[in-house]
Write a protein that binds this ligand. Structure first.
Ligand code: HEM
Length: 401
């Protein structure tokens, strides 16, 4: 296919039957590694697909997350999250480093020992209910879709009774369809009003949760503005949810649909960690990172990006780049070298990565131990993924055991 034909493609790319644009990624890597797409706003963007180039864009400070100047490229025409001056993801270093220092305390790898029993307790509770109800179960509605928000609310200290509210609000945050604009704005307003009220309550009765660390950084150390504090709590609740939920559901499906993979995991607990990494490599539910703009001309492997251009990386394309991964289309939890880019790289590298890895590991291990005979209760071709959104989550995962 000629480069001009690929250039006409709208973004987000249309996912194939398993929710990833594998064929388009393959053709772009081979034929036009710096081809264009049309963003929902109508603005053109380079779609960067080679592993080496994606890593470069994420690391190189000449690719900026400041899309807030007049005439900057836009993902959508309407107001969206890229316009928010208080959000961590919209800043470049050195300003961005201030946010990271605050968040780093709360997400240091040493926190894992504290999180593990919380995550295990929530997983056990959800799986108890699945077991008690008996087969078939929908592992999206009953497990993967509920676990990350439950964990995040427990860590942030949000009352259990409000989990469903968060779940519903965050479900519409990544919509790019103009028809969903009103709903997106309403969800955002309600979510922020809730958070402001919640923070006020915490100030009156502080606890020892993640949110109390952030409130201290704001109130006693003056390291955050009030708007930045609210946005940071919101980023943790949102960042921690949809991605982890989608990766988990899609990962369980991959384990069940590729012959022998479930049995490998079930029979060998030592494969839990490698299985998590392979799920992360293979089942990225979106293009993986936010839009950038080039602040000057930068040479990538095929050719240069001019200054002022919108640049969208494709993490799923990078994760199947044959220049880096042997037999990249094979899902294999015994894969050893696995330098996937699913948590990004550089300044914005996902601070939640240790928590997401922990949730995926506890969830997969517990499922394999408690439901060794787990199997799909639907034809893989009947499964559906969400569209009209930057994230393509699996909508249902019917299983039996
Ligand atoms: C499988 C699950 C997850 C995936 C695939 C994922 C992926 C990513 C990626 C690729 C980025 C960088 C985006 C960019 O550079 O444009 C990022 C940033 C971020 N993630 Fe995650 N994430 C996951 C889970 C989480 C969790 C559990 C949390 C919170 C507890 C979280 C919070 C954040 C935040 C706050 C940022 C912004 C960091 C910054 O701008 O410096 N994520 N994530």
């Amino acid at each position: 296919m000629a480069e001009e034909e690929l250039d006409a493609f709208p973004f987000p790319l249309r996912p194939d039957e398993f929710g990833t644009s594998v064929e388009q990624h393959r053709r772009r890597r081979a034929e036009c590694p710096l081809g264009e797409v049309a963003l929902p706003s109508g603005d053109p963007a380079h779609l960067v697909v080679a592993h080496q180039d994606v890593a470069r864009v994420l690391r190189d400070r000449r690719f900026s997350r400041n899309l807030r100047y007049p005439g900057a490229p836009r993902m959508v025409r309407e107001a969206d999250m890229n316009d928010n001056p208080d959000a961590i993801i919209n800043h470049d270093p050195p300003e961005h480093t201030r946010f990271r220092q605050v968040i780093q305390q709360a997400f240091s790898p040493s926190q894992e020992a504290r999180w593990r029993p919380i995550v295990q307790g929530i997983v056990d509770g959800l799986l108890d209910r699945v077991a008690a109800a008996g087969p078939p179960a929908d592992l999206v509605a009953d497990f993967a879709g509920v676990l990350p928000i439950s964990v995040m609310c427990a860590l942030v200290g949000v009352p259990a009774a409000d989990w469903q509210l968060f779940h519903d609000w965050t479900a519409v945050f990544f919509a790019v369809d103009p028809a969903a604009l009103e709903e997106r704005l309403r969800a955002n307003r309600e979510f922020l009003a809730y958070l402001r009220e919640f923070l006020e309550q915490r100030r009156k009765a502080p606890g020892e949760d993640l949110v109390d660390l952030l409130v201290t950084a704001r109130d006693t150390e003056g390291r955050l503005s009030e708007g930045e504090l609210v946005q940071l709590v919101s980023a943790l609740l949102i960042g921690g949810q949809e991605n982890t939920a989608s990766t988990l559901a899609r990962g369980v499906l991959a384990l069940l649909r590729f012959p022998g993979q479930w049995a490998l995991l079930r029979d060998d607990p030592a494969l839990t960690g490698p299985a998590v990494e392979e799920v992360l490599r293979f089942e990225v539910p979106s293009e993986g990172a936010f839009l950038r703009v080039s602040t000057e001309e930068v040479a990538l492997s095929a050719r240069s990006v001019a200054a002022g251009r919108a640049v969208q990386v494709s993490v799923p394309a990078a994760n199947r780049d044959p220049a880096v991964f042997t037999d990249p289309e094979r899902f294999d939890i015994r894969r050893t070298a696995n330098p996937h880019l699913t948590f990004g790289l550089g300044a914005h590298f996902c601070p939640g990565a240790p928590l997401a890895r922990l949730e995926l590991a506890v969830a997969l291990r517990s499922l394999a131990d408690r439901f060794p005979g787990l199997r799909l209760a639907a034809e893989p071709s009947d499964l559906r993924y969400g569209e009209g959104n930057l994230i393509h989550p699996l909508l249902r995962l019917p299983v039996a055991w």
